[in-house]
Ligand binder design. Structure first.
Ligand SMILES: Cc1cc2nc3c(=O)[nH]c(=O)nc-3n(C[C@H](O)[C@H](O)[C@H](O)COP(=O)(O)OP(=O)(O)OC[C@H]3O[C@@H](n4cnc5c(N)ncnc54)[C@H](O)[C@@H]3O)c2cc1C
Length: 382
């Protein structure tokens, strides 16, 4: 990888910095945020590298990296509001969708018109996703779907779901799976929120009872669902593995360490705290450089692949460690919650929310299996 950016790239960096200076929301009010999204969208910085014919920016991958770096440095709000749509549903539709699907869904994702959720996991299939049992039977121009999904994040607020179903029970485990795009208000869908240990209800069980889905809503061919999902999961892991969020967290943690006292002096002067912060800093920098390595592959035209598991694994470990370190830095106040806790319980929420990045998108063990089998070429997990 050539670590130097071209003069055009550096000019783009200056443009981004100028934009941030002018438009970065100061107070984070809804009006300010709406204006921020409008301005970013007008510049086609949402879906920066997506094709222009569907409303994307058509930008280069290296300038996309610059955009993300500068936004992270400024602690700017995300570009775009349709989280799953931008992170993996949109890229999957761009890779596998029909022309009609691309024109229907991509502009809405870029405009953040509504949310998407992801229906992969079932009570009996999480890590072993290909064991999924939700059935879809062809009936004329429709599929009729029956079954249950679980841990479906933001299902209660989503308008569409990207859904994995079994269309052929007879063929091999991976061959009989198909991907459907389903409106959440279709008759026969029931959503039951599940409360998590941080007290919120961010995910749900989703039940499908004779749900009719037009064949035109199939993403890819019948039986191609596994391929679609492997690519979508690589995008999901790469979004989870993004270093920008971690860099922001570490900066906030350093500020917390300067503010809180340990043994009568700022925690930031404690050798143990300093060592752990420095270690985290080095690991995040290694993740950033790894990210640039993957970017080089993409610049050569290679698809996002198993290598995203490396940074996903690192992010998971760091997220847990930084959450624990923050509570240690807070000392006895670390056991408080919400408004009683320092910074309104921000670090308590983070420390209790680790399953999102550790388990969501596949557990650490599964990432290790992927790295072992698909990157290092070790024998397959039996
Ligand atoms: C916050 C959160 C949000 C989520 N959001 C979504 C979502 O939006 N949509 C969705 O479909 N799913 C979602 N999930 C589900 C998530 O993808 C699954 O929980 C995850 O894949 C693990 O599956 P499981 O819970 O069934 O655990 P299991 O697969 O039963 O795993 C249990 C344990 O066994 C280990 N294990 C399993 N198989 C192996 C193996 N072959 N080798 C070594 N160890 C193994 C695992 O690492 C784990 O430690 C979410 C989960 C969380 C926590």
């Amino acid at each position: 990888m050539d670590f130097d950016f071209t003069p055009e790239d550096e000019a783009f960096r200056a443009e981004v910095r100028d934009f941030i200076k002018k438009h970065l929301p100061k107070k984070g009010t809804p009006e300010e945020l709406a204006r921020w999204h409008e301005q970013a969208r007008a510049r086609r910085w949402v879906g920066f590298a997506w094709p222009t014919e569907y409303g994307g920016g058509g930008g280069t991958l290296s300038q996309q990296v610059i955009l993300k770096e500068e936004m992270a440095r400024a602690k700017a709000p995300p570009l775009g509001t349709c989280f799953m749509g931008l992170a993996w549903v949109g890229p999957s539709i761009l890779s596998y969708g029909t022309e009609e699907q691309k024109r229907k869904f991509i502009p809405d994702i870029l405009d953040g018109k509504y949310q998407w959720c992801t229906g992969y996991s079932e009570p009996g299939s999480g890590s072993d996703l290909a064991a999924l049992k939700t059935r879809a039977v062809r009936d004329g121009d429709d599929y009729v779907v029956n079954g249950q999904k679980i841990w479906t994040s933001i299902a209660m607020w989503s308008k569409w779901i990207i859904l994995l179903v079994r269309t052929d029970a007879g063929s091999g485990k991976h061959e009989g799976i198909t991907c459907l795009l389903v409106p959440m208000d279709t008759p026969g869908i029931t959503v039951r929120p599940i409360k998590n240990m941080a007290g919120g209800a961010m995910f749900a069980e989703v039940f499908f009872d004779n749900v009719r889905v037009p064949v035109a809503n199939r993403l890819g061919e019948e039986g191609q669902g596994w391929q679609v999902t492997v690519s979508a999961l690589a995008h999901e892991r790469s979004s989870i593995a993004e270093v920008a969020g971690l860099q922001r967290t570490l900066e906030d943690l350093k500020a917390l360490a300067k503010k809180c006292k340990k043994n009568g002096r700022p925690a930031a002067q404690d050798p143990g705290v300093r060592r752990r912060i420095a270690r985290a800093d080095a690991r995040i920098e290694a993740m950033r450089l790894n990210g640039l390595r993957f970017l080089t592959r993409q610049l050569r035209g290679e698809p996002v692949g198993p290598e995203t598991s490396v940074n996903k694994l690192q992010r998971a470990a760091l997220e847990v460690e930084l959450g624990e370190l923050a509570l240690e830095i807070e000392g006895p106040a670390g056991v408080l919650d919400k408004d009683a806790a320092p910074e309104k319980g921000k670090w308590q929420r983070m420390a209790l929310s680790w399953p999102e990045v550790v388990i969501g998108g596949g557990t650490p063990n599964i990432q290790r299996n992927i790295i072992a089998e698909r990157i290092l070429g070790l024998p397959k997990d039996p």
